[in-house]
Design a protein around this ligand. Structure first.
Ligand code: ADP
Ligand code: ASP
Ligand code: MG
Length: 411
């Protein structure tokens, strides 16, 4: 008998019919003798709808009140799924995050899970009940409802699996696993049988939203066996694993991630003196704005150009700060560009291969795509390019690194 946590995402519970289908599936696992905890998201589109309502009242909704109302999406689906199970003769009981007591910090809209009280769930499982828990939400010490950030139901699932020492955490979604890149952008993308936590963490943090980053962090930290599967199609899915491959044929690149979430800021003609980076980025970080990539170029006239990227949501605030800094330190000008995209190649195989970055640059050059910024780490290379070339770049890299699935009908 295994203890399994099964998380179903928004599209998988997007209609009453789908919720009934999920109930059928859960029932089959339960009848086979497994102990089942189900975590569900809100019905697809519901979280966006709720955020839209809030924004009609306040352009920048109050975070505490936003959490109160945005968390209702998941409360609807736990009730519906539990009913669908009861109707099928399966003992089921639903809990909100606060009823379980998924304790988080008080950082509304992006709270972190600190502790999970598993007593109630364990007692229910012992009584052969299926426990249905609302994803994406928790409660802080003071009893305030919190949410875990977009895509946070994945993290609820993995955190529950860790707390309960589950045999596996299964993330059911609308794709049948983790692919070499988003299959919506590259139809030739291939499903991976396995990917390491480290690679998955890079893929998620560089833009592949198939799993929320924190869920992968949790799974790695507590060694939770994690699998991504299709909700309504049979198949092995993708296993996220610790082991860095026994096979000799580890590909150099496992996947390609991309995002359109960043914006670029440049300050030109800054007198090149010690401490210049601090003068520019100090006020940005004091405003709680996270900086991602940074490039500094020194010109002949002893001035420097300094470019960095921030999240698009922080773009306006960052540009205003930069303009003020520019005046203070006597820079020539401060400008910004939001029409950029970041494309990254990820793979642990890079560690043992030289020349991966130049292979990437060559593939982009062949498509006449200009690279604006570059950053590298041991297992990834990221570039910033003009947003309009994003899909072309991803497809070109997918082909260049031989990730394309063989054409149908070919051997
Ligand atoms: P859910 O609502 O089930 O949480 P999400 O929309 O959050 O589903 O995540 C699934 C989606 O992630 C897929 O439909 C796919 O378009 C996208 N995606 C992005 N990158 C990848 C990838 N490398 N592999 C698989 N899916 C990906
Ligand atoms: N419903 C939340 C969202 O749309 C959480 C989730 O689906 O994981 O972000
Ligand atoms: Mg998701």
């Amino acid at each position: 008998m295994a203890l399994i946590v099964q998380k179903f995402g928004g599209t998988s519970v997007g209609t009453v019919e789908r919720i009934e289908q999920v109930a059928e599936k859960v029932k089959r696992f339960h009848e086979a003798g497994d102990q089942i905890v189900v975590v569900v998201s809100a019905m697809s589109g519901e979280t966006n709808r709720l955020i839209g309502l809030a924004k009609q009242i306040m352009e920048q909704p109050d975070p505490r009140e936003l959490d109160v109302m945005v968390s209702t999406g998941e409360q609807v689906t736990i009730g519906l799924l539990s009913m669908a199970l009861l109707k099928r003769g399966v003992q089921a009981v639903s809990y909100t995050g606060s009823q379980v007591r998924i304790l988080t910090d008080s950082a509304h809209t992006k709270a972190r899970i600190q502790q999970i009280d598993d007593a109630r769930i364990r007692a229910d499982l012992k009584a052969r009940k299926v426990v249905v828990v609302a994803g994406f939400q928790g409660v802080d010490e003071q009893g305030n409802i919190t949410t875990l950030g977009r895509g946070g139901s994945d993290t609820t699932g993995v955190a529950l699996a860790a707390a309960l020492k589950a045999d596996e955490c299964q993330i059911y979604t609308d794709v049948d696993g983790v692919y070499t890149t988003d299959p919506r952008v590259v139809p030739q993308a291939q499903r991976l049988d396995k990917i390491t936590f480290e690679e998955m963490l890079e893929m998620a943090s560089l833009g592949s939203k198939v799993l929320q980053i924190r869920s992968v962090e949790f799974a790695g930290k507590y060694n939770v066996p994690l699998r991504v599967l299709h909700s309504f199609q049979e198949g092995p899915g993708t296993l996220i694993t610790l082991d860095e491959e026994e096979s000799m044929e580890q590909p150099i690149i496992s996947g390609i991630a991309f995002n359109r979430d960043e914006a670029k800021l440049t300050i030109r003609g800054v007198p090149d003196t010690p401490g210049v980076a601090f003068k520019i980025l100090g006020p940005i970080s004091a405003a709680n704005i996270e900086v991602d990539m940074i490039v500094q170029n020194v010109a002949h006239d002893n001035t420097t150009d300094f470019t960095f990227t921030v999240h698009r949501n922080d773009y306006q605030a960052a540009l205003e700060i930069l303009k003020r800094t520019g005046v203070e330190i006597g820079a020539r000008e401060s400008v910004g560009d939001i029409k950029i995209a970041k494309v990254s190649i990820v793979g642990v195989g890079m560690r043992s291969h030289a020349g991966v970055a130049s292979q990437m640059f060559e593939a982009l050059a062949k498509e006449s795509i200009n690279i604006q910024m570059i950053s590298t780490s041991e297992i990834k290379v990221s570039v910033v390019i003009e947003e309009k070339y994003l899909e072309l770049a991803v497809r070109a890299l997918h082909t260049a690194f031989e990730l394309d699935a063989p054409a149908r009908g070919a051997e």
